[in-house]
Design a protein around this ligand. Structure first.
Ligand SMILES: Nc1ncnc2c1ncn2[C@@H]1O[C@H](COP(=O)(O)OP(=O)(O)OP(=O)(O)O)[C@@H](O)[C@H]1O
Length: 247
């Protein structure tokens, strides 16, 4: 399959920091790609570039065959930010209905994820009439995910979707991601939890605005001789040539 996302020579400067220092990347369509790296390594910045909301200093990003940020991509991409962007004084269902209207999701169109289906996929059908402000943290994250699923986007960009969730919830969310990918959707998921690497088809390891490696967990373990992802990543960081910080 072709690339859902193509990044070439991407350089981004945020404030005084070179957040991305010349990144090249292809994200294969229909895969779950994990974007992993320490805090501040550039994961969110790269995702913002894919969404077309980040000013770039150089390079280009092509998403689903169009330049990132193109108007017609709006409905083809679902995005979940780190902070849940939902209305606490509306119920889960009301929130989703609102987003569906904003997105222009046609309830009668075939093959398009509706409000009821999205709530079902994330396991919140029973809480649909509950005010979002009264939901637990994990449930709240899942409302955001449900909102991103509306309209069946071809690409889902998820910024640390499992942060702060307990292991049981993380497990169930990852099962949901795999289910979504099984329908042909491409997922780009950031995390700084290496044990989530095992769930991804491909890993992109970022450090200080550079891609340190594009790999899979088995390959990373083989290459470093380590037994777990966390240690393997640390070894890779240690063994890599020092990163020259750009002004
Ligand atoms: N609005 C901003 N102004 C100035 N610098 C910024 C801004 N946003 C991010 N940065 C810097 O850009 C770099 C990359 O940040 P980014 O948010 O992409 O990292 P991250 O890998 O997503 O981190 P985290 O895992 O903590 O979310 C960091 O050094 C950060 O301090």
């Amino acid at each position: 399959m072709g690339a859902a996302v193509e990044v070439r020579g991407l350089r981004v400067v945020r404030g005084r920091t070179t957040a991305l220092a010349g990144v090249d990347l292809d994200v294969a369509a229909g895969t779950v790609t994990g974007l992993l790296g320490p805090s501040g390594s550039g994961k969110t910045t790269l995702m913002r570039c894919v969404l077309g909301v980040q000013r770039v200093a150089a390079g280009r990003v092509t998403v689903l065959g169009r330049p990132a940020g193109s108007r017609e991509l709006r409905r083809r991409i679902g995005y979940v930010t780190q902070a849940p962007s939902v209305y606490p004084d509306l119920t889960a269902e009301e929130n989703l209905r609102y987003f569906a209207r904003v997105l222009g999701v046609d309830r009668r169109a075939r093959g398009v994820t509706t409000v009821a289906e999205a709530l079902d996929v994330v396991g919140l059908a029973a809480q649909r009439r509950q005010l979002v402000g009264t939901l637990s943290g994990g449930q709240l994250s899942r409302v955001s995910l449900a909102a991103a699923l509306l309209g069946s986007p071809e690409l889902l960009v998820l910024d640390e979707p499992t942060v702060g969730l307990d292991p049981v919830l993380r497990e169930s969310l990852w099962a949901t991601f795999r289910e979504i990918a099984g329908t042909g959707t491409t997922l780009l998921v950031s995390s700084h939890v290496m044990d989530e690497a095992a769930r991804c088809d491909e890993l992109v390891l970022l450090r200080a605005g550079h891609i340190l490696a594009r790999t899979t967990l088995p390959e990373l373990l083989r290459r470093t001789g380590e037994r777990d992802g966390e240690r393997a990543f640390l070894r890779l960081v240690r063994d890599a040539a020092p990163v020259r910080e750009l002004p």
